[in-house]
Write a protein that binds this ligand. Structure first.
Ligand code: FAD
Length: 464
């Protein structure tokens, strides 16, 4: 009998419930598998940065598994569609009796997993584990038995739940004997991972060792200042663990436990952000339409979104003439990461001032971000466009001019990314709307007039 552990976006050997369960029975041979679906990545708008990161994590995983004497088989499959057949062939060839995996929540991943379980039903027992959220999305339901639509109510329930059911990290994996490495020759496996060049100029280190240390340091030294610092992009006040969480070299349960040990429980500001991450997974699980390019709120169907390519391209290439937006977009284009405050500002600007369909912004972020996470990106864009789950009954429009003055008062962040503005005082930079800055474009649009137009369009859409 053989156990097969199927890795997906949980590319780690530590804190991995599925791997841990697969290793429980010491008599069994254990083999690992990963299905490389390049066309599916393209269909999900996943860009070179995250593709590179996944491949990086995968080669590190191979080494870590080899130390445990566990072979990793990499299967090539164009899309999710071929995965059930490919896995079934592999299970037949190896004589697999049990398949282990951590559940994923977006609809296409769920359909793929269902098809796999059905295909293998007669021969292989499937063990589904929860390893990609603090709480499984079906655990936290509202009074009607449905998924929560408002974050604050969801978060209150999660806090109580976590107090009574803290996530338990599985025991660290132990090595199998050397014979465990011996498997029959399998045809069509990927022996050499494709080489992909990231589009960013710098790349994050997401190796398990590194990010676990980064987490420890953050929880020892920075978490106490997180609330005060997290909104200022010129300060390194957030954990920057998102890329490791997105590809799964770090477990969210480990993040929660480390914060808790440092004295920061579920109600603390940083852990609350981890709960936001869970919330968007819960929305995705309970309202699958959001995985299918549809908005949570049907008002979206009545909003006359603008599809003007030129304004979108100017936003993408940091040519809006609005310093905080251009600086943020340069940070994204250069590093493949953007500060959360800036994600909210640029998303609000694209959807509310340029009135561009939020799906274009969502896709561009997916193409650029190392930390692209379908649920958080989709949730963040829908929230910013006022078409998602949102407790605010009014139409929120961030004013980029006011935001940059408040969150980058000395224009430090702006000057770091827009060297052409270095010679100007922060005061002059904040007056960009009324006093032109030589050598820098005029604002793409009038912020006040476009805000008014957006509010009127939304009012009409809401009444439709
Ligand atoms: P920290 O502030 O240290 O937070 C710790 C962790 O909590 C993060 O790593 C992340 O996993 C989670 N988290 C924090 N804020 C949020 C949030 N608002 N929603 C969900 N999870 C959160 N996050 C992604 O991981 N991937 C995305 O593709 C993504 N797209 C976004 C798009 C928009 C329009 C917006 C407004 C937000 C998006 N976010 C996304 C959420 C957030 O901006 C990032 O998680 C955060 O900036 C990552 O930096 P950090 O690791 O330093 O976060």
């Amino acid at each position: 009998k053989m156990n097969l552990i199927w890795f997906r976006n949980d590319l780690r050997v530590n804190d991995n419930p599925a791997l841990s369960s697969a290793l429980e029975n010491k008599q069994r041979q254990v083999v690992a598998v990963y299905c490389l679906c390049a066309n599916q990545w393209a269909m999900h708008d996943m860009g070179n940065n995250q593709q590179w990161l996944v491949l990086q994590a995968l080669s590190q995983l191979k080494v870590a598994l080899a130390k445990l004497n566990i072979p990793l088989v990499i299967l090539e499959s164009e899309t999710f569609q071929q995965v059930p057949n490919r896995l079934s062939e592999l299970c037949g060839k190896l004589g697999v009796s049990d398949l282990f995996f951590n559940m994923e929540y977006p609809i296409y991943e769920r359909r793929r997993d269902k098809a796999v379980v059905e295909k293998l039903a007669d021969t292989v027992k499937c063990h589904r584990k929860v390893g990609q959220s603090l709480v499984a999305p079906w655990e936290i339901l509202n009074g009607d038995g449905g998924g929560y639509k408002v974050f604050s109510a969801y978060a209150r329930k999660v806090q109580v739940y976590l107090d009574h059911n803290p996530p338990i990290n599985p025991a660290p994996p132990t090595a199998r004997p050397a014979e465990n490495r011996q498997i029959p020759k399998i045809s069509g496996v990927v022996s050499q991972l494709p080489s992909i060049k990231p589009s960013a100029e710098v790349t994050p280190d997401i190796s398990e060792d590194f990010v676990n240390k980064q987490l420890q340091t953050f929880c020892r030294q920075q978490i106490g200042e997180y609330k005060a610092n997290r909104d200022f992009p010129a300060i390194q006040g957030t954990s920057e663990l998102s890329s490791a969480l997105a590809v799964g070299t770090l477990s969210v349960a480990r993040c929660y436990q480390t914060a808790l040990q440092a004295g920061y429980p579920a109600s603390s500001t940083w852990v609350n952000e981890l709960v936001w991450r869970d919330f968007y997974r819960s929305v995705m699980w309970n309202y699958p339409r959001v995985s299918q390019r549809q908005a949570f709120n049907s008002v979206d169907k009545f909003v006359p979104w603008n599809n003007d390519r030129q304004v979108l391209e100017d936003w993408q290439s940091a040519k809006t003439g609005i310093p905080i937006i251009d600086a943020a977009m340069r940070q994204l284009n250069t590093t493949g990461w953007m500060h959360n405050r800036l994600r909210m500002i640029v998303a609000s600007y694209l959807t509310k001032n340029l009135f561009v369909d939020w799906r274009h912004g969502e896709a561009y972020f997916a193409q650029q971000l190392f930390d692209f996470d379908f649920a958080s990106n989709n949730g963040g864009w829908q929230w910013s466009a006022s078409v998602g789950t949102d407790a605010a009954p009014y139409f929120r429009v961030f004013n980029p001019a006011a935001q940059q003055k408040k969150f980058d008062p000395q224009a430090e962040f702006i000057k770091a990314w827009l060297p052409e503005l270095k010679a100007y005082s922060s005061n002059a930079i904040h007056k960009f709307e009324t006093a032109p800055l030589e050598g820098y474009p005029r604002p793409q649009v009038d912020l006040k007039a476009t805000r008014k137009l957006a509010i009127e369009s939304f009012k009409r859409a809401n009444a439709a």
